[in-house]
Design a protein around this ligand. Structure first.
Ligand code: FAD
Length: 501
């Protein structure tokens, strides 16, 4: 059946990102796109930290960065600072961008290990521009410091007000012909023969027929689960946190927004701090087996950088993934497809890649099993690689100060993760598999940041000549220092580049 009408159910970040991206297809063909959302139900109301591919998503939509950032009171983000994970009191930054660069075909962290073995005391962080800029609270876009010189780019993402971003994309999508329909979906009709979703019916009685349905209805999975009973793979045994409490606050100490997210571990979970221009987003992700809602709320309130600006928002979730992301003529995008806690800000990224894959795969002549299978296989791999990376944060720890950490430290982990950690422990090698999101630097940053160190040196590192070891490596450090000294403070840059109206 030809695809002439796409119906998106849900108007949170997932729904409006899908609507905005799909609206661009309307320029080339007769295509109807309807988005149904219910103001009475509302959105999940969290989800403010992103990662660098999100910058590309906005660029692909030809969105003006300044305009979007001003509208969403956004800040720049250079990485995530993890505190208390490997041991209480420890802190490291997982930066966007790489440590140094490959030298004579050898990954930089191998070169650094050789230097270290030879007595060099410099931490690997001084060879990463994003870490150093974050440390000093500095930021500028490459266009503003390059000026004909050969300086490295700064890899960045944004912290955004999620509600404002959805509104921003709504304006974008409606301008390009997407029809927004307010109303609550009360019934989903399946086609008697094919089992596909044929139509949804709103509380008002209005029926909306469609050819392809995108389920962006959030955790409830209105179409993918409630109607199609697709099933869910539960990953709670590996990622045991199942609750969160969110509470925004002002920044009344007068400090500027730091260009990074904070993830601070507590006794049975961790706390996020996401700095926007006008406030901080905060939340505490925790495990209900080891901590009550009241305790979690108290810990959060006692660790806020300012006064709360809203009531606490308590959320429940089950970490895992839908058994199929694309089932019949329904594609689950966003929370309806699965959920992993926001430790590495990956949910909005998974919305981005789901939409990008869908648009790449879609043929308007109809849906085939091959399309569905490819989408499900590729999305499943993406989820699993991210899952392993998140588990690493909990498992690579020496913490033994609570039942929660004892569980995490000693739990069985997926074989894929065991192999990755063992290879690194052996000689520092990291293989990036299945085109996975996280880079060698990401894996190395978290492993080394949490005390996993290679036992011996990678043989290739010894092949790098002494002149290169000295000159080139020193050059990397010096150019980063030179640049960071000259960068403006992040807050000053924001005030010039994209002040909130
Ligand atoms: P929702 O926001 O829940 O939207 C669902 C939509 O469906 C709403 O418009 C609702 O009205 C509509 N709807 C539902 N039922 C019906 C119905 N019957 N009829 C009509 N409409 C209906 N992601 C990140 O990338 N970074 C983060 O920092 C981050 N932090 C998070 C923190 C927490 C605690 C949680 C739980 C999630 C976080 N996420 C984060 C994930 C992020 O919030 C979501 O991926 C993102 O908001 C997308 O949500 P959604 O659009 O799928 O669902």
């Amino acid at each position: 059946m030809a695809i002439e009408h796409i119906v998106i159910v849900g108007g949170g970040t997932a729904g409006w990102m899908a609507a905005a991206a799909l609206s661009r297809l309307k320029a080339a063909r007769e295509l109807r796109i309807t988005l149904v959302e219910s103001e009475a139900i509302g959105t999940v109301g969290v989800g403010e930290a992103t990662i660098p591919p999100f910058v590309g998503f906005n660029q692909a939509l030809q969105i003006d960065e300044r305009e979007m950032m001003a509208a969403c009171q956004a800040t720049f983000k250079l990485g995530i600072q993890f505190t208390n994970w490997g041991r209480r009191g420890d802190s490291y930054l997982h930066p966007f961008g790489n440590y140094g660069y490959e030298i004579d075909g050898v990954a930089f962290h191998h070169v650094w290990h050789r230097l270290k073995a030879g007595g060099d005391k410099r931490p690997i962080q001084v060879f990463n521009l994003e870490t150093m800029a974050a440390h000093f609270g500095k930021f500028a876009r490459q266009e503003d410091y390059q000026r004909g010189q050969d300086l490295p780019p700064m890899n960045y993402a944004y912290h955004i007000d999620a509600g404002r971003y959805a509104q921003f994309l709504r304006r974008y999508a409606e301008t390009r012909g997407v029809i927004r329909q307010e109303g609550r979906v009360d019934d989903v009709a399946l086609d008697g023969e094919s089992g596909d979703v044929a139509a949804i019916t709103l509380q008002s009685g209005e029926r909306i027929d469609g050819d392809l349905f995108i389920d962006c209805s959030g955790f409830r999975g209105l179409l993918i689960e409630q109607a199609l009973e697709t099933g869910y793979e539960d990953w709670t045994h590996w990622l045991p946190c199942d609750r969160a409490v969110a509470l925004p606050c002002n920044r009344d100490d007068g400090s500027g927004p730091p260009p990074f997210t904070r993830a601070t571990a507590h006794a049975a979970g961790w706390q996020w701090q996401v700095p926007l221009q006008h406030r901080n987003g905060n939340g505490h992700v925790y495990c209900s087996r080891y901590m009550s809602d009241d305790e979690a709320h108290d810990i959060l309130v006692n660790n806020l950088a300012g006064k709360p600006t809203a009531d606490p928002n308590f959320l429940r979730f089950t970490t895992g993934r839908r058994k199929k992301f694309w089932n019949r003529n329904v594609v689950a995008v966003g929370l309806s497809g699965g959920f992993m806690e926001p430790l590495e800000s990956t949910s909005i990224h998974l919305i981005n890649t789901a939409i990008t894959k869908l648009i790449a795969i879609l043929s308007f002549d109809g849906i085939t099993d091959t399309q569905r299978d490819a989408f499900n296989r590729l999305t499943g791999k993406e989820f699993e690689r991210i899952r392993d990376f998140l588990i690493l944060h909990y498992n690579a720890t020496e913490r033994d100060d609570s039942e929660f950490w004892n569980y995490c430290r000693t739990m069985d982990v997926p074989d894929t993760l065991t192999e990755k950690v063992e290879l690194f422990r052996s000689n520092g090698q990291i293989f990036r598999e299945d085109d996975e999101l996280f880079t060698e630097t990401s894996w190395a940053a978290v492993m080394m940041g949490q005390g996993v160190m290679p036992g011996s040196r990678n043989a290739m590192a010894d092949s790098v000549g002494p002149d290169v070891m000295g000159g080139e490596v020193d050059g990397i450090e010096q150019s980063i220092r030179w640049l960071v000294e000259r960068l403006p403070a992040h807050g000053d840059y924001l005030a010039r580049y994209c002040p909130a109206p």
